[in-house]
Design a protein around this ligand. Structure first.
Ligand code: HEC
Ligand code: HEC
Ligand code: HEC
Ligand code: HEC
Length: 128
């Protein structure tokens, strides 16, 4: 190899690595965007809600009653926010009105559930 061919060769390799990086990043960005729902504990952490905000300062790591959720969330406002969800409003429903226990559907540390689905196949909510 003379000097010019060597430079061309090195340049070609540099291009390959650079473009490879772009494509790899492109693919990575796509799969990250497709990632479905973030677990609620991570979501809350992102909103500066700490473990103690839900579990208390005594550090009790057990189920958190709905009353705790209501310190930050208002059921009437929630019902208004989701009033247009079809076929029915998950936050204002026939059985519980606006007072269905949040934890029936929303799970903080695991995948949330659609509490209505076992009895009503047509209420196919996707619960965050
Ligand atoms: C928004 C309220 C909320 C926040 C914030 C939260 N938790 Fe929880 N945690 C719950 C609820 C509700 C349960 C009951 C199970 C469930 O719904 O996932 C629970 C249950 C637990 C349990 C009992 C085991 C289990 O999964 O049932 C542990 C341990 C725990 N949380 C640890 C933590 C830690 C550590 C943090 C901070 C990183 C944290 N939690 C933040 C609401 C919260
Ligand atoms: C210390 C305050 C606080 C507590 C306690 C709290 N949250 Fe939240 N939560 C927030 C904030 C802030 C947001 C972001 C703003 C919003 O969507 O209302 C949020 C958002 C959410 C969301 C929307 C997530 C999304 O993907 O849009 C759900 C669901 C939720 N909280 C459920 C709960 C449940 C269930 C409990 C009780 C176990 C709870 N929260 C307790 C502050 C709190
Ligand atoms: C029957 C199941 C169910 C119950 C019970 C429930 N939710 Fe939800 N929640 C949902 C569904 C489904 C959505 C997503 C609505 C959508 O598609 O925008 C949601 C969305 C939310 C959001 C995000 C709203 C927005 O658009 O910004 C918050 C906050 C929330 N729920 C909090 C709560 C709290 C707090 C409680 C208890 C008072 C509760 N939820 C009870 C099913 C439920
Ligand atoms: C354990 C089974 C069960 C669960 C869980 C359940 N339902 Fe029902 N639901 C019924 C039965 C039985 C009826 C018929 C009796 C009546 O109308 O009250 C009904 C009736 C209804 C009706 C009126 C009739 C219709 O089909 O339009 C609505 C709306 C409804 N449910 C919404 C909900 C929502 C929203 C949830 C989740 C928060 C839910 N249900 C959870 C059993 C259930």
């Amino acid at each position: 190899m003379n000097n010019t061919t060597l430079h061309t060769f090195v340049f070609a390799i540099a291009c390959t690595i650079f473009l490879g990086g772009i494509f790899a990043n492109g693919v990575y960005a796509t799969s990250a965007a497709k990632k479905e729902v973030v677990a609620l504990d991570q979501f809350h952490a992102g909103m500066d809600v700490t473990c103690a905000d839900c579990h208390g300062d005594e550090n009790q790591r057990k189920a958190v009653p709905m009353a705790k959720c209501l310190e930050c969330h208002d059921t009437t406002e929630l019902a208004e926010k989701t009033a247009n969800i079809t076929p029915t409003n998950p936050h204002k429903n026939r059985h519980y009105g606006t007072e269905a226990d949040c934890n029936l559907c929303h799970q903080q540390h695991s995948k949330s559930e659609n509490f209505c689905l076992p009895c009503h196949a047509r209420f196919d909510f996707v619960v965050p």
